[in-house]
Design a protein around this ligand. Structure first.
Ligand code: KG4
Ligand code: ZN
Length: 385
């Protein structure tokens, strides 16, 4: 089964053709990130305008790539120079791919309303025109399904996961992104029970806000992570990284709290600014300490959920899952346990992409009439508002 996935929940415009939910034939992403670097964060209206400009060229490119090299997986970023006059889908050389498509999957929430609407309305129009079923997909659930893709773009040769490594149920999944932090129990496809989540900032948001306090560029996760790596790999003896508070780490639930971290970082930075003398810490050191606090909270609550529910696999996903320290610490903690598999998507499939949207639609194939598909910015991982 061939599904065209469309993702426009935030600042990425993405389209992907995926076979049987596991093999990516094309994976095209245009990001308006550069625009948001200038403003230090996303301005929703700017993101939505970029979605409008990029959506048709991105879909067109995904279809063409899938038709040209169906046997070879690759990912590409659309050059900013793609012009709208290139966007006539009716003249597509990929018309055979369009014919072969079994369905169209689209993110309907959560996300920024202006951005979501672009993907949803485009998908509905194509569903009507091409007479293809449409499957609305929950973006947060789709992050988890990046773990079911075993032929992924940008995977180093030989790293493609075999069918035997398809995640087993029951699974515990941790979704950590810019807007959400959710820990769920998954008993089967679509059978998701929410266990806990953040009470204030999301893990990615904590990275982004702390980075801004340190004067590091948006998005903060990769900036803090790169600086922290510098510190962790430096020859200087690593001191105690247990500097910032870990709120709720011992609480008797699966909830998280990250907002206190930015206050502590703010106070520390202010203290440094008020002293004229040498302060005794560097941005790489501070980055490593911030990263460690976030990673410790995520690892501790994940292990607590594993201890209680005894799953067969653990699935890490979302933009923050690209974090090297988090991947390493979770993997080593989990692989110490018998009969428990650790899964994490390759880095390009952790951050927003449309391959995960198509994969989620394949494993939860529930088409709805196109007229009934509506954007839902407040959607939660368990499908509620
Ligand atoms: O899943 P995602 O691409 O978009 C949302 O659905 O929100 O996640 C974006 C988030 C941002 O907060 C970004 O700072 C964070 O993922 N992120 C990282 C890393 N790469 C992206 N956080 C920590 N370390 C990284 N390497
Ligand atoms: Zn996301």
């Amino acid at each position: 089964m061939l599904i065209l996935g469309i993702e426009t929940s935030c600042d990425e415009t993405a389209a992907s053709v995926v076979e049987n939910g596991t093999k990516v034939l094309s994976n095209v992403i245009a990001s308006s990130e550069k625009l948001h670097i200038k403003t230090g964060g996303i301005i929703p209206e700017n993101a939505a305008r970029q979605q409008v400009l990029s959506i048709i060229p991105v879909i067109k490119k995904a279809l063409i790539e899938a038709s040209e090299i169906p046997h070879k997986v690759r990912s590409s970023h659309v050059a900013k120079s793609l012009r709208n006059d290139e966007a006539g889908l009716d003249s597509l050389p990929a018309s055979s791919t369009i014919q072969q498509l079994d369905a169209i999957a689209v993110t309907y929430g959560p996300g920024l309303i202006g951005s979501l609407l672009v993907g949803v309305e485009t998908a509905k129009t194509l569903s009507y025109l091409w007479k293809k079923p449409i499957i609305p997909v929950n973006h947060l659930v789709a992050h988890i399904y990046a773990n079911f893709i075993h032929e992924a773009p940008n995977s180093p040769p030989g790293r493609a996961r075999g069918k035997s490594q398809v995640p087993k149920f029951p699974a515990i999944a941790l979704v950590v992104s810019g807007g959400h932090t959710d820990l769920v129990l998954m008993k089967g496809h679509g059978k998701i029970k929410w266990l806990g989540g953040t009470r204030d900032d999301a893990a990615g948001e904590a990275f982004d806000k702390c980075a801004r306090l340190l004067g590091l560029p948006y998005p903060g996760g990769p900036s803090i992570s790169a600086n922290a790596e510098k510190f962790l790999n430096s020859k200087s003896k690593i001191q105690n990284l247990d500097v910032f508070p870990r709120p709720m780490i011992n609480s008797d639930n699966f909830d998280f709290s990250f907002s206190g971290l930015k206050t502590s970082v703010f106070n520390r930075v202010k203290k440094k600014e008020s002293k004229s003398a040498k302060d005794g810490y560097s941005i790489p050191q501070l980055s490593a300490e911030i990263q460690e606090a976030i990673v410790d909270l995520l690892v501790t609550k994940s292990l607590k959920a594993i201890d209680k529910f005894k799953p067969k696999s653990f699935l890490l996903s979302g933009g923050v899952a690209a974090n090297k320290r988090l991947r390493t610490k979770l993997k080593s903690a989990i692989e110490k346990q018998n009969d428990l598999e650790f899964h994490v998507p390759p880095v390009p499939l952790c951050t927003d992409n449309a391959a995960m949207i198509a994969a989620a639609a394949f494993f939860n194939y529930r088409p709805v009439p196109w007229k009934k598909v509506t954007a839902n910015p407040q959607l939660t991982i368990s499908g509620e508002n």
